[in-house]
Design a protein around this ligand. Sequence first.
Ligand code: MLT
Length: 261
Amino acid sequence: MNARVNGIAVNFEVRGHGRPVLFIHGFPLSHQLWTPMADRLSDVCKLIMPDLRGLGRSEATESASMALYADDLNALLDDVGVTEPVTVVGLSMGGYVAFEFFRRHKQRVRAIVLADTRCQADPPEIIEVRAKTAAQVLDKGSRVVADVMINLLFAPDTPETLRAEWHGIMAGSSPIGVAAALGAMAARVDSTDTLPAIDVPTLVIVGENDGITPPRDAQFMHAAIPHAQLEVIPDVGHMTPVEDPQRFADALRAFLGTLTD
Ligand code: MLT
């Protein structure tokens, strides 16, 4: 589906019935990250799965920010007609967006799921790498990032078909959108101070072998958020919802079941 929100065309999918859950994918991925959740959870929730600005099939703009992504999603919820507070599920960069969504649209947040993400901002050396990568992507295309990311996202034993599928999705992303996302990540604020202020039920999920945002990042957030649970999924990397969809869905189903109103 397509909606014109916040000045751009946003591609998204809505499936299922019940409590609204907003699923925010990571970099440079797409809403297809959540298809295995829609296949397993559409009996317990309404899954709202957008492509972030400039990624997947949503329209790209030359610059982006966590605030802009969060405001796009806020406008999308209005467009979809969601009035009750949502559970926000963010993976990796989607988690960075979830922190910003919580700060900017707190009244809309019923619960949070932070999957394979971190609260800290980028250190200077990573900011530099992101700027160089953005320039290469604009020059040579998104394959530059896909070729690097594919070796970081998955646990070593991941089937080649899954890796090839995601390499294709990443390589097919808009170079303008990918470069803008790199800039948005580099400029994001540190969310460590937000953690104690998260006053809604929170689930922190991480793959045991996540090499991008390792379990120590999840443990740090779990310790600092007042009402947080932690789920470590064994034998998988950074792409938990597609590497072990059943474990991820079971954790989410159990968590959603604890939300009583
Ligand atoms: C992601 O998976 O969204 C990104 O790798 C996160 C990052 O680069 O910080």
